[in-house]
Design a protein around this ligand. Structure first.
Ligand code: TMP
Ligand code: ASP
Length: 262
């Protein structure tokens, strides 16, 4: 398996060359990092859960005619994706004040925002992903105004759809981060959603208790990281509990009829 050519290794995922031109294999690792890799640990099973959650979310988004890089799930930790040219911008959508927004503007965590806010961060580990404006993005050529308009519209549609999807499962979508990429289709450049959507890059709070069900449990040493991710998977219907003879263990279920796990 590891004889495949590694195209890129990030903090939580590895990309390998795919079986056909224009495809890659996205492998979800168990590594958890925060504060630009200053805090680092392994959370056994996190990669498996994120692969599942992200598969589920990307499939739902495709059904809403939001184009994504997801092709199909390959196994417990890997999915086949389209190769894209990543736009070096992290798009953050916020519905409720939390994280760096609170720090930067002195807001109280949990304050409802009067409307959803979009922010852009330049993807650069050396610079610790600085906050940038549309002006920087277009002036430095990281993306052009037409692409950026499409990205912003898409991010807001994704926010509307995902907020509803999570609320239906008793989860508040506080904020999240998206990445987009470019692909050529019949001589036309298209912007498609890339990366992943999982508790690693969303803030998800329980609707009744406001308990955190995302990577803030790791960032803030709250404990119960895997359990929180499992609970998100369980509510989305991609994790079920079965009762074997000696107790209860969670197993992952596929949303495809044709399950190809190895
Ligand atoms: P922030 O409040 O720390 O700026 O994070 C906003 C959202 O973006 C939150 O859901 C976590 C996510 N995020 C990432 O996915 N990767 C990152 O490197 C950072 C800083 C945040
Ligand atoms: N993923 C980022 C890192 O490792 C930051 C974060 O998610 O908090 O550094």
């Amino acid at each position: 398996m590891n004889r495949r050519r590694r195209v890129y290794e990030g903090k939580a995922k590895i990309l390998y060359e795919g079986p056909e031109p224009g495809t890659l294999v996205q492998h979800f690792k168990d590594d958890a990092t925060a504060f630009n890799n200053k805090k680092h640990d392994q959370i056994e099973g996190k990669g498996v859960i994120n692969n599942r959650i992200s598969e589920y979310v990307f499939k739902r988004l495709s059904e809403m005619n939001i184009p994504t890089h997801f092709i199909r799930c390959l196994n417990m930790r890997e999915q086949l994706i389209r190769e894209v040219e990543i736009i070096p911008i992290e798009v953050v959508v916020r519905n409720v004040a939390a994280g760096s927004l609170c720090k930067r503007l002195g807001l109280e965590e949990g304050a409802q925002l009067s409307r959803s806010i979009l922010e852009f961060y330049y993807k650069s580990d050396e610079l610790a992903d600085p906050l940038v404006t549309e002006e920087h993005i277009t002036a430095f050529g990281w993306s052009n105004p037409i692409e950026l308009d499409e990205i912003m519209q898409s991010a807001l549609r994704i926010n509307d759809f995902l907020s509803g999807l999570f609320v239906g499962q008793g989860i508040r979508l506080i904020d999240f981060k998206l990445e987009f990429g470019k692909v050529w289709e019949n001589d036309q450049l298209r912007i498609i959603l890339a990366d992943e959507i999982s508790p690693d890059n969303c803030r998800l709070w329980d609707a009744e208790t406001n308990n955190k069900m995302d990577k803030d449990r790791f960032r803030c040493d709250l404990g119960g990281v895997l359990e929180a991710y499992q609970e998100v998977a369980r509510r989305l219907g991609v994790l079920v509990e079965v009762r074997p003879p000696h107790g209860t263990v969670p197993i992952l279920v596929s949303s495809n009829a044709n399950n190809s796990y190895d």
